[in-house]
Ligand binder design. Structure first.
Ligand code: ATP
Ligand code: MG
Length: 254
């Protein structure tokens, strides 16, 4: 479903990956840590083909947080520190802080609380925050985030974004994003469309030059204008079918 994808992320750069739902963003990001194997072409990290690296070497270079993370049957602390060799309690605290996972302090045993199948079940947003903490705890040189803020309320999202901004200043990153506020964390944006990278540029450039990008970004339901003005244009497809919403009109009980 991906063919002819060509994307170069500069050292230290943060690249947002934007595309319609089902366009292959998760599939593309999963190729980097080799959760899926590419059937053709190659992916290099720091100039090295990822297939030439051992799992451990690759894991030391690339950390990932997925949209729908799984937690292991272990404590919160173990889940976050997993895979980060040599990381200690201070690193754990820093990672939880970045991910705005303050809820952990309120769990019955704090970071020692058992979660996962045999423990406390956490909400989608809580799991996302632990997955993000897990991704940043080892200070990886390359961070891959698949829409890691999608389940958060806007307030928490803004706090995580502010903390992430500092992390991104010191790493190279690929961040799948749907909302303009997340896109704005990145230096440049790549648009995935039709199985390939259709455009690369800054958020402002793509808004100006790319009708599909304008359309994707104008889905912002708050309409707060973060995405900039969206001119109706003849080139803009109108097939974006939004479910008709009926306003809540409680029936008069009398
Ligand atoms: N394991 C799989 N086997 C077969 N098809 C898959 C698999 N995973 C995903 N797909 C299909 O590949 C396409 C791309 O999926 P993908 O999850 O990469 O999209 P996405 O861009 O991440 O979408 P979203 O924005 O909804 O997360 C979809 O049509 C999906 O149904
Ligand atoms: Mg996805």
């Amino acid at each position: 479903m991906l063919r002819g994808v060509d994307l170069h992320i500069r050292p230290g750069e943060s690249m947002a990956l934007v595309g319609a739902t089902g366009s292959g963003k998760t599939t593309l990001t999963a190729l980097v840590p080799r959760l899926h194997e590419a059937t053709g072409g190659r992916i290099t990290v720091d100039g090295q083909d990822i297939t030439a690296l051992s799992r451990a070497e690759l894991r030391a270079k690339v950390a990932v947080a997925f949209e729908e993370p799984t937690l292991f049957s272990a404590t919160v602390g173990e889940n976050v520190l997993m895979g980060a060799e040599g990381a200690g309690p201070e690193d754990l605290a820093r990672a939880l802080e970045i991910a705005q996972a303050g809820f952990v302090a309120d769990l019955p045993q704090g970071v020692d609380t058992q979660v996962g199948e045999q423990g406390l079940s956490l909400s989608g947003g809580q799991r996302q925050r632990l997955a993000l903490a897990r991704a940043v705890v080892g200070r990886p040189p390359f961070l891959v985030l698949d829409d890691p803020l999608s389940a958060l309320d806007v307030h928490t999202e803004a706090l995580v974004e502010a903390a992430l901004r500092e992390v991104l200043a010191t790493t190279t990153a690929l961040i799948v994003a749907h909302r303009p506020s997340t896109v704005l964390l990145a230096d440049r944006v790549a648009l995935l469309s039709g199985g390939r990278i259709a455009a690369v540029g800054t958020h402002a450039e793509l808004l100006r030059d790319n009708a599909e990008y304008r359309l994707l970004m104008s889905g912002d339901p708050t309409g707060d204008g973060v995405a900039g003005p969206v001119e109706p244009s003849a080139a803009t497809p109108t097939a974006r079918a939004l479910p008709a919403r009926t306003p809540d009109t409680p029936e008069d009980p009398r």
